[in-house]
Design a binder for this molecule. Structure first.
Ligand code: ZN
Length: 373
């Protein structure tokens, strides 16, 4: 996959748990309601609402909805904003992701620390400024706030903004949803991090310039794989449509250690270290769904019985299998990955029918997490 460009190493925004020091997949993030504060801050000629004023230090733009007449005259202009660390400049962009009914209809854009803002930044070619580190603390580029946790920085910055007259007002009982780590409950910090990804939208030679995602959708649309009950076809396709490049490196002990070796700026991908000294293996492990996605063929002796694109032994006899039977909650986590990995590695489907059944939960917490899936 690496040789074909289907796997790459890149700095992209990820869900990060500052306590576990690990990336989390979207489905490993839990959502909790919290009553907090909504700060209405003066931002150049606008007033805007935010629950995270500390991220102002990483703002590179403000955004409004393209149809919002109130701010039409500002779009495309550069604004000079007074901030707690002095004046700074931001562009005003018009983007459909802005909710006109939230706050004043203007949002600040912090590309390094918000998934939505990151997408806005990519559409408008905006710079990104990382201000929160992997410990959940403000970085050296945050002046006197450097070293504070995000919560400490929030209080300190609001206090300073108040003395500068930059706070319009504060709503005290603002109910909002926060993202927390499914392992430890710590608030997730979205931040840019250097990780390994599967490129799901990139045209690949193997699929005649179709992407992995398109290939995985086509076999379902054309009925090569059938879902029972049929309604799960839509769930599968919806999930594929919304799939972004898939982060497959995890900073945890359990899993396959990533078979990549580094020496200075050099990268070597292979199961064994290359000859020569000083090669260091990537300390991270592979996402469990990446590894288990290979289950349908790795259990049948692949890759030793798959030479020159020909199967032999058990692999020839039992792959693809006829029916996969599993709980429905695992459709996107596992079933979809098995489809993608089999299409890539063998050029064929892993199974013909997917029979999904219900599940019974042991307690309320499990019921809730299943409902989210
Ligand atoms: Zn955690």
């Amino acid at each position: 996959m690496y040789d074909e460009g289907a796997i790459y190493r890149g700095e992209r925004i990820v869900n990060w748990c500052p306590r576990c020091h690990s990336t989390l997949a979207d489905y490993e993030v839990e959502h909790e309601e919290e009553t907090g504060k909504l700060y209405w801050i003066k931002y150049g000629p606008c007033v805007l609402a935010t629950s995270r004023p500390e991220t102002k230090l990483g703002d590179t733009a403000v955004a409004v909805h393209p149809s919002d007449k109130r701010y039409k005259h500002l779009v495309g202009k550069e604004l000079e904003i007074e901030g707690v660390l002095g004046k700074f400049k931001v562009m005003v962009v018009a983007d459909r992701a802005v909710d006109v009914d939230f706050g004043s209809g203007v949002i600040k854009v912090t590309p390094a620390h918000s998934f939505i803002d990151n997408e806005i930044a990519q559409r408008h070619n905006l710079p990104s400024k990382k201000i929160i580190n992997e410990d959940g603390r403000m970085m050296a580029n945050c002046g006197k706030y450097a070293g504070l946790t995000t919560r400490e920085a929030r209080e300190a910055i609001i206090k300073d903004m108040e003395s500068l007259g930059l706070v319009d007002h504060v709503d005290d009982n603002y109910l909002h949803t926060i993202s927390v780590c499914y392992r430890c409950g710590t608030t997730i910090e979205p931040l840019p991090s250097k990780q390994w990804f599967v490129a799901v939208d990139k045209p690949l030679k193997r699929f005649k310039n179709k992407s992995l995602k398109t290939a995985a959708k086509e076999i379902a649309i054309t009925g090569k794989i059938k879902f029972l009950p049929e309604r799960f076809l839509k769930r599968y396709l919806d999930w594929m449509d919304n799939l972004h490049d898939w982060c497959i490196s995890r900073q945890i002990w359990f899993g396959h250690q990533i078979p990549v070796w580094y020496k200075d700026e050099e990268i070597f991908v292979g199961l064994e270290a290359p000859s020569g000294n000083d090669w260091r293996q990537d300390p991270d492990t592979l996402d469990t769904w990446f590894s288990s996605g290979m289950w349908t063929f790795s259990t049948l002796g692949w890759p030793t019985n798959y030479l020159r694109n020909k199967k032999s032994d058990d692999l020839a006899r039992f792959h693809p299998t006829q029916v996969l039977e599993t709980g429905y909650e695992i459709l996107t986590l596992w079933v979809s990955r098995m489809v993608m990995m089999s299409l890539f590695a063998l050029g064929e489907i892993p199974f013909e029918k997917v029979y999904l059944h219900g599940i019974r939960c042991r307690n309320q917490r499990e019921t809730e997490s299943i409902r989210l899936i």
